[in-house]
Design a protein around this ligand. Structure first.
Ligand SMILES: Cc1cc2nc3c(=O)[nH]c(=O)nc-3n(C[C@H](O)[C@H](O)[C@H](O)COP(=O)(O)O)c2cc1C
Length: 191
């Protein structure tokens, strides 16, 4: 065992594991499309399929989800890194972010917001509830939603997860830096 060092809370990024990067697509009441990258996304149940998202209240994404109760979690691959950054630009809500980031909207199977054609996988979601985190963190909410449809690029419909995750090439994020998934390390039967 090694010696432990206590550090200031502001150095949190040294203790956290990077979060996965999704692009959330939404639509507002007037039909304007929006995209934003989100890392605070967590599965909370696999059966039924339920996820939670941590959001700031001033995001257009949050406002659109409140209006429509629907959104799509899209999985970008490493090649989309620059476009992912463009979707985080603070542009006016009247502007279509598919146009701004040069991404292609494709009709979703169930929900109104479109999927992002260039992304590798898509989780169509319907809100169950939205809650404020606490008085000490007034600007933050948790959105919990049911996944109502799943789709992915045909070439990554591979049941061998080691190969599948390699081809998916998902992105991870911590304090302004992006990372890739390291690779297959073993399974649950190992002791
Ligand atoms: C990789 C990445 C992950 C992010 N994750 C989150 C997140 O989980 N929650 C959040 O509120 N903002 C997050 N942000 C910030 C928003 O994406 C950013 O403020 C964006 O401009 C919001 O766009 P919108 O106002 O169109 O929703 C993240 C930004 C980046 C670059």
């Amino acid at each position: 065992m090694k010696n432990k060092k206590r550090i200031q809370l502001s150095y949190y990024s040294l203790c956290f594991i990077p979060v996965p990067v999704y692009l959330i697509s939404t639509v507002d009441e007037n039909g304007i499309y929006n995209i934003a990258p989100y890392g605070m996304v967590m599965p909370v149940s696999y059966n039924p399929l339920i996820i939670s998202v941590g959001s700031d209240k001033n995001r257009d994404t949050y406002k659109n989800i409140l209006q429509t109760n629907e959104f799509v979690l899209n999985v970008p691959s490493l090649e989309l890194l620059r476009k992912v950054n463009r979707t985080a630009d603070p542009i006016p809500s009247e502007q279509d972010e598919f146009v701004h980031a040069d991404l292609t909207p494709i009709k979703s199977e169930i929900v109104q917001p479109p999927r992002i054609g260039e992304c590798r996988a898509h989780l169509e979601c319907e809100t169950i509830w939205v809650k404020e985190v606490s008085e000490i963190c007034e600007n933050r909410v948790i959105i919990t939603a049911k996944v109502v449809d799943l789709s992915l690029d045909e070439d990554i419909f591979i049941k061998d997860l080691c190969k599948q995750k390699g081809l998916m090439k998902s992105l991870y994020y911590e304090k302004h830096s992006y990372f890739s998934l390291g690779g297959y390390m073993g399974n649950r039967r190992m002791r």
